[in-house]
Design a protein around this ligand. Structure first.
Ligand code: PEP
Ligand code: MN
Length: 262
């Protein structure tokens, strides 16, 4: 709870970017790293829009084993190079314990995906590393379960943890998931951890990402994790929910004018 850190946890990254401070932190980039050209261009566009982190999956949790599974370590290297070229930090998903060591030299933040929020062995290992972790809420996880999963990381001694609402499964089918905006102020109240919103997976449809991103910030989010692709219609994963570079640019400009209310 907040008793531990009434001011809230602040995480300072190597280039001085602070999560949990005054500024809304923007993490953006493609769902998957697809090629050198694609990630280089993405990094340039994220930096131009005013983002601080380059996101992109190298190990992908795809629903089908026949879908593109990611570039692996080659993807990590490309992300690092692209991010460094444009002064960005790297966040990317870790899917299993054996990937942690491999990833450490290339990344600034581990992302735990919704499907792995209850992979307790993975969480326990991430509690032992000295590198920040952003943990997404599970696909059908309650707030209570999300907090208990967070404890697996924290109790191992890694206090640099961020939580992320990315939409939950409901009866609604008009959107990919139901973005639970209320989770943001609730989590902010119940924990001292920075809370992010991921409106891309939250709604699954490009046109609805900007309003939900603004809603997340208005609800008190410390940052946003969003998908953007240089050419969303050609994306190898999640193109329908990926913003165009122009949309990201416009959105970041708007959210810089919004003051969080919580
Ligand atoms: C992603 O960020 O691309 C991703 C797979 O997200 P989630 O774990 O929320 O489905
Ligand atoms: Mn995705």
């Amino acid at each position: 709870g907040r008793g531990f850190r009434p001011e809230g946890t602040r995480i300072t990254f190597p280039n001085g970017v602070v999560v949990g401070g005054e500024e809304i932190v923007v993490m953006a980039g493609p769902c998957s790293v697809e090629s050198r050209e694609q990630i280089m261009l993405s990094a340039k566009q994220v930096a131009a829009a005013g983002g601080q982190f380059l996101r992109g999956g190298a190990y992908k949790p795809r629903s089908s084993p026949y879908s593109f599974q990611g570039m692996g370590v080659e993807g990590l290297k490309l992300m690092r190079e692209a991010a460094d070229e444009h002064g960005l930090l790297v966040i990317t998903e870790v899917m299993e314990i054996s990937q942690i060591e491999t990833m450490l030299p290339y990344i600034d933040c581990f992302q735990v995906g919704a499907r792995n929020m209850q992979n307790f062995n993975l969480l326990r290992e991430l509690g032992k590393v000295r590198k920040p972790v952003l943990m997404k809420r599970g696909i059908a996880a309650t707030i209570e379960e999300t907090l208990l999963s967070a404890e697996y990381v924290l109790s191992g001694g890694n206090y640099d943890l961020m939580l992320c609402e990315r939409g939950i499964r409901t009866y609604e089918t008009a959107t990919r998931n139901t973005m639970d905006i209320s989770a943001i102020p609730v989590l902010k109240k119940l924990t001292h951890l920075p809370v992010f919103g991921d409106p891309s997976h939250g709604v699954g449809i490009r046109a609805f990402v900007p309003p939900m991103a603004l809603a997340a910030v208005a609800a008190g989010a410390d940052g946003l994790l969003m998908e953007m692709h240089p050419n969303p219609d050609k994306a190898m994963s999640d193109g329908a929910q990926s913003l165009t570079p122009e949309q990201l640019n416009e959105l970041v400009a708007k959210l810089r004018q919004l003051a969080p209310v919580v």
